[in-house]
Write a protein that binds this ligand. Structure first.
Ligand code: 6GU
Length: 251
């Protein structure tokens, strides 16, 4: 998978050299490129923002540097310098608190793409005409991490690249570990324990020491349901009740 990130703070994305995602880059599974938006300006001051039409607080990011930057990465992705056609269009993710909320389902979907481009806005946002222009070249998706405001898209991109990148085949060594984690089945994950079995007068639940794998699976399932009901009742409302077994209902 190719990933391009455009930002005025490319140093923010340095963390993507570390850990699992850094290893995936070294292994050639993720071709991740970070670009400085200011490299696509033409004036002496490398200006990327200006005052908003209609007035109001703050600054708005200028259209032309964004068109130059995004045009360059779209064509780089095709490898032949030609604007891509509709089927092979890269996905342009625009992090914004005004976007659709990013979910595990979205991460799975985006993990199937060949080319993702992230446009990190700062200040009050990017001139809206850039998104209209981009619509003809990309599959444009404004995406939010949740209902709160960050100063810019960079931190959101770190989160999204990690969530998506770990689902790309080969990035996580043991794909089984993706199966039993929170949100993989619409529920929160069950609690986990390791040695020692008794620690500061607290014991690991007996059932986990029993060796009875059927019972353990059922206990974990109950824990998932109880936790989700306590912490995220909104998830239970969306949960497909036909997935519940007789034993689940008894719990
Ligand atoms: Cl994706 N961007 C910004 N700037 N703020 C956010 C966000 C994204 N998600 C939640 N708040």
């Amino acid at each position: 998978m190719r990933i391009d990130v455009v930002s005025i703070f490319p140093e923010y994305l340095a963390a993507l050299d570390l850990s699992l995602i850094g290893k995936a880059r070294q292994d050639g599974l993720l071709d991740l490129n970070v670009h400085d938006l200011r490299d696509f300006t033409t004036d002496r001051h490398r200006t990327v923002d200006d005052t908003p039409y209609g007035g109001g607080a703050g600054m708005v990011m200028k259209a032309e540097p964004w068109a130059q930057a995004l045009g360059s990465v779209a064509e780089a992705g095709t490898g032949d310098g030609v604007t891509p056609d509709a089927e092979t269009r890269p996905v342009l993710i625009v992090p914004s608190p005004a976007g659709a909320v990013f979910t595990q389902a979205m991460a799975y979907e985006l993990a199937e793409e060949k080319h993702l481009v992230f446009a990190c806005g700062r200040y009050e946002g990017i001139d809206e005409r850039v998104l209209e222009w981009a619509d003809e070249r990309f599959d444009v998706r404004p995406v939010s991490l949740g209902d709160y405001v960050l100063n810019g898209g960079e931190v959101a991109v770190l989160a999204m690249v990690e969530a998506i990148g770990r689902l790309v085949p080969g990035v996580v060594g043991n794909p089984e570990s993706l199966v039993e984690e929170s949100h993989s089945d619409g529920l929160l994950e069950y609690p986990v324990y390791t040695k020692p079995s008794s620690w500061r007068d607290r014991n690991v639940p007996d059932i986990l020491l029993s060796g009875n794998h059927g019972k353990i699976a059922q206990w974990r399932r109950e824990q998932q349901l109880q936790r989700t009901a306590a912490r995220r009742p909104d998830l239970l409302e969306k949960f497909d009740v036909s997935q519940l077994t007789k034993a689940d209902k008894a719990a």
